[in-house]
Design a binder for this molecule. Structure first.
Ligand SMILES: Nc1ncnc2c1ncn2[C@@H]1O[C@H](COP(=O)(O)OP(=O)(O)OP(=O)(O)O)[C@@H](O)[C@H]1O
Length: 244
């Protein structure tokens, strides 16, 4: 379980958001939505301890993330897979090595064990035949899938998705939504999905956190969102040309 408690963050005199609190239960998928620049990525980076807050806490499975020492924070980070915006693959190595990277960095598994795990993850995203391909040879959708295979390679309990469907055509975006759902359900993964894509929200999310006007403006289930009369949320949804 991830508990975000009274989190406030500024960069110099720019307030990103203040007093943000919500919880993500085990096996739940929470979508974080809001206008460009409202601080979605900054929030994700706090859950991964890539940024520290001005005040407030992130509690993960009972552990206060920002009170942990470096070794314990590193251990906790291994429970997190991240699909970065743009996939963030290394250009100079092939698909296999991109997926193998966390195993080589965080574990001392043998070459045979690494091969078995990497190929299993590539099969999961249906890229078992692309293991030798260079990053430059991959389409946008394939890059996302390699990023997903890398995100699950350490068998994480949590996956953070930063704009997983951005830049993809609707059909490929739907394939990625399908994979996000299958990871949540098949691998019991707890997920946080940052997105502008309301189709994706309605498909993959159990709950929605709406950031607006420097605060958590609305938080609830997808069913509650469908019935909401929250003006800011309705405006955001309407602007994305989606009917609830
Ligand atoms: N390291 C940083 N230093 C200074 N300002 C930052 C830093 N990271 C983010 N910001 C600022 O914080 C605000 C929130 O940024 P963030 O990237 O979280 O927005 P976002 O909601 O994810 O936007 P988008 O939907 O466009 O990706 C922005 O004004 C951004 O310029």
């Amino acid at each position: 379980m991830i508990e975000i408690q009274n989190l406030t963050k500024s960069f110099d005199d720019l307030l990103v958001w203040e007093d943000v609190s919500f919880s993500i239960d085990d096996n739940e998928t929470v979508a974080v939505i809001g206008r460009s620049g409202c601080g979605k990525s900054v929030l994700l980076k706090h859950i991964n301890a890539l940024l520290t807050p001005d005040s407030g806490k992130v509690i993960i499975d009972g552990k206060d993330l920002f009170s942990l020492d470096y070794v314990d924070q590193r251990k906790l980070r291994q429970e997190f897979g991240i699909l970065f915006q743009g996939s963030a693959l290394f250009d100079s190595i092939n698909t296999f090595e991109n997926v193998a990277f966390p195993l080589r960095y965080f574990t001392d598994r043998s070459e045979a064990e690494i091969r078995e795990r990497v190929m299993h993850c590539l099969e999961y995203v249906n890229l078992q035949d692309a293991s030798d391909k260079e990053t430059s040879e991959l389409s946008g959708g394939m890059r996302k899938r390699v990023g997903l295979a890398r995100a699950i390679v350490l068998e994480p309990k949590y996956i953070m998705y930063d704009e997983p469907t951005s830049g993809l055509d609707p059909q490929t975006a739907d394939e990625i939504n399908g994979l996000i759902m299958s990871m949540a359900q098949g691998l019991n993964i707890t997920s946080v999905v940052i997105t502008h894509d309301m189709h994706s929200v309605l498909k993959v999310a159990d709950k929605v956190a709406f950031l607006d006007k420097h605060k958590l403006s609305w938080f609830g289930t997808v069913d509650e969102m469908r019935r909401t009369d929250h003006k800011g949320l309705l405006e955001f949804v309407t602007a994305s040309e989606y009917q609830l």
